[in-house]
Unconditional design. Structure first.
Length: 90
């Protein structure tokens, strides 16, 4: 359960900058005002204007939600695996 939580935290922290750029690109297109030509250009632009912290704005809420979500996911996975006669881990 702890390993699942830590894994989820690492995953969301690692992918959050790309998700930030993707979200901003989608919002800009919806407004009809594309800001970035691609993910790399978006990463550079955000870092230049807001610093590295701009890429991680809002990550705390995502990580706090991921901790119980991934813990539950891996707990259920292990329980189902055992129930179905999967490999036993020590």
């Amino acid at each position: 359960m702890i390993a699942g939580s830590v894994g989820g935290m690492c995953e969301h922290t690692a992918t959050f900058p790309a998700d930030t750029v993707k979200t901003r690109m989608q919002a800009a297109v919806a407004r009809g005002q594309p800001e970035y030509s691609g993910v790399a250009q978006g990463l550079r632009a955000i870092t230049a204007t807001e610093g590295v912290t701009g890429l991680y704005r809002g990550v705390t809420a995502v990580v706090l939600g991921a901790i119980p979500g991934h813990a539950l996911h891996f707990s259920i996975y292990e329980a189902v695996k055992q129930r179905l006669g999967g490999s036993h881990t020590a």
